[in-house]
Design a protein around this ligand. Structure first.
Ligand SMILES: Nc1nc2c(c(=O)[nH]1)N[C@H]1C(S)=C(S)[C@@H](COP(=O)(O)OP(=O)(O)OC[C@H]3O[C@@H](n4cnc5c(N)ncnc54)[C@H](O)[C@@H]3O)O[C@H]1N2
Ligand code: MOO
Length: 510
């Protein structure tokens, strides 16, 4: 294995008091940040395709933006020293209208000292080309928003504030300071300075910024390939007839949605039954195609669970009990290439699974696309991803608990930051906001609890939050009705009505 890749035992040795049976949420984050490594392949993408990707290099501004001083308003541009206070007559007289401007000296035409003054309009500066005329004391130029400031002029009065009579404008007293309504050259971006930093997620604003520099493409890290499958004999794919004791697979859709929001290439592998051969093929196939594998189910103490056995057999995997609710059991590790290459020997058919680009539509085939034994003449659906060479670091495994809300919470709390780190992003966690609880909540210190909530604005403008009903870890409805999670921290106790709690907003994440 490459030297920067640590075994789970090495990571565990680095963490003080590591106990896989009693981890805090913070311990989990600390462990995962040591386990995962960022992808190293960069791709140059056109701007329209770069949304949501992570920058692989700083973007340095090739020129000043804006390239010239220009007007922020439609109005009249004039020299700021026209605004200088009128000097007492004993100190000299004002230059006559039309005299060359003597910068730094008063040149305004006051109707009366300290009051409105007049300027003569001598031309019009349009956006897109420089106005070439010259401006003398007591004169101004009509100017459009974005037009280059004419030579020697630094102040703009918006047109709605002036009275226009013939070619004379009257500017009210005390309205402006020199430099008002002028945008300075380079005030947005200075030539030679980084405009965007490596590791930044490309948001709409950042795409616009890159475009303002005339850049057609950006160097980004390639998207992560993340394989997902649900496990469990009681899990039905959509389209299958209902049967007693069985439930439709919802985790496949919540995970698909959360991965898509992150801009990952989702390799959807459907439902895999609790059968050692099928599970082995599924894990092996996933590890050969993906940077990370997410599964749900089979990580607790149930008897019919072959999932854990297979994870152990194929990789370096730890089985945790986390002091949190929901989401207590979780498996984490790395499926190792050496083992996988041995496993992909003749006799084991590994088919391609469907790969879905962010936000693309697809039908639910419901099929499990794995078979032990020779190929069955199966064809890959369109959009399938080519199996890639297994790298030297293996695929990171996140074995999430089966309960639908536990899947979403563990994804948001742990998998999402880890995947962002793998994507090369410099910011991997979202800020928590403070809100007042509209209800009393019982909470035991010693574990982190995530309560589904609805955050809204209180009459005084602060944030308030209420829970969205039944908080059982299988109750997806209260998750669907929520716009955020209350994060009740490890050491925190009961919350009183009006007590302050941290909230993690879903916006953008799910
Ligand atoms: N004796 C103990 N029993 C359980 C413990 C424990 O510590 N001791 N932990 C409980 C907790 S907490 C959870 S969470 C679950 C996790 O168990 P598994 O990861 O093994 O998950 P399953 O048993 O396969 O499923 C749990 C639950 O979720 C439903 N499920 C599973 N997959 C899906 C899916 N794709 N779509 C919709 N629903 C799904 C499944 O039907 C079960 O109801 O273990 C507790 N037990
Ligand atoms: O991990 Mo379990 O979520 O609490 O049901």
């Amino acid at each position: 294995m490459s030297p920067d890749v640590k075994t789970l035992a090495q990571i565990a040795a680095e963490l003080q008091g590591y106990d896989p049976q009693a981890l805090s949420a913070d311990d989990v984050l600390a462990f995962l940040s040591r386990l995962v490594t960022p992808v190293q392949e960069a791709v140059e993408l056109p701007l329209f395709e770069a949304l949501g990707r992570v920058l692989a290099a700083d973007v340095v501004s090739p020129f000043d933006v804006p390239p010239h001083d220009n007007s922020a308003m439609d109005g009249y541009a004039f020299a700021g020293n026209e605004l200088a206070p009128t000097l007492p007559t004993s100190c000299g007289s004002l230059p006559p209208e039309g005299a060359e401007l003597a910068w730094g000296g008063p040149a305004r035409r006051s109707l009366a000292p300290g009051e409105a003054f007049e300027l003569k309009v001598v031309g019009t500066a349009l956006a897109g080309k420089a106005w070439q005329g010259s401006v003398k004391a007591g004169q101004c130029v009509k100017i459009m928003t974005g037009a280059i400031m004419p030579q020697g002029l630094d102040t703009v009065v918006p047109q709605e504030f002036v009275a226009l009579q013939g070619d004379l404008i009257t500017i009210p007293a005390k309205l402006l300071k020199p430099g008002d309504n002028r945008r300075l050259r380079g005030e947005d971006l200075a030539q030679g300075k980084p405009a965007l930093l490596k590791g930044e997620l490309l948001t709409p604003a950042r795409l616009g910024l890159a475009a303002s520099l005339g850049l057609k493409t950006l160097k980004t890290w390639r998207p992560l390939r993340v394989a997902y499958f649900s496990t469990g004999d009681e899990i039905l794919s959509l389209g299958e007839a209902p049967r007693e004791g069985a439930v439709y697979d919802s985790n496949r859709y919540t995970v698909f949605g959360m991965l898509s929001r992150l801009g990952c290439q989702v390799i959807d592998m459907g439902v895999v039954r609790d059968d050692p051969a099928l599970l082995e093929t599924a894990f092996t196939s996933a590890a050969m195609q993906a940077d990370a594998i997410i599964t749900s189910g089979g990580v607790s103490v149930g008897e019919a669970d072959f999932t854990k056995t297979m994870m152990k057999k194929l990789g370096d995997v730890a089985f945790w009990r986390i002091a949190m609710r929901p989401g207590r059991p979780m498996a984490v590790g790395r499926l190792l290439p050496a083992k996988l290459q041995a496993k992909s020997a003749p006799g084991l058919h590994i088919s391609r699974a469907a790969s879905y680009e962010n936000n693309s539509n697809h039908e639910d085939s419901g099929a499990v696309r794995f078979a032990a034994g020779p190929p069955q003449g199966e064809t890959a659906p369109s959009g399938g991803s080519e199996p890639h060479e297994v790298g030297s670091v293996g695929a990171i495994l996140f074995g999430l608990p089966g309960n639908p809300v536990a899947v979403m919470v563990t994804f948001l709390a742990f998998v999402r930051p880890a995947l962002l780190q793998m994507m090369g992003a410099s910011a991997t966690t979202q800020p928590l906001l403070k809100a007042r609880s509209l209800e009393a909540i019982r909470k035991k210190p010693g574990r982190t609890e995530y309560q589904r909530g609805w955050v809204s604005t209180a009459p005084d403008g602060s944030l308030q939050v209420r829970t969205t009903g039944n908080q059982g870890s299988g109750v997806l409805r209260s998750m669907a009705e929520a716009n955020g999670l209350m994060v009740l921290h490890h050491a925190q106790g009961n919350i009183a009505v009006g007590g302050e709690v941290d909230v993690l907003m879903f916006d953008g994440a799910i």
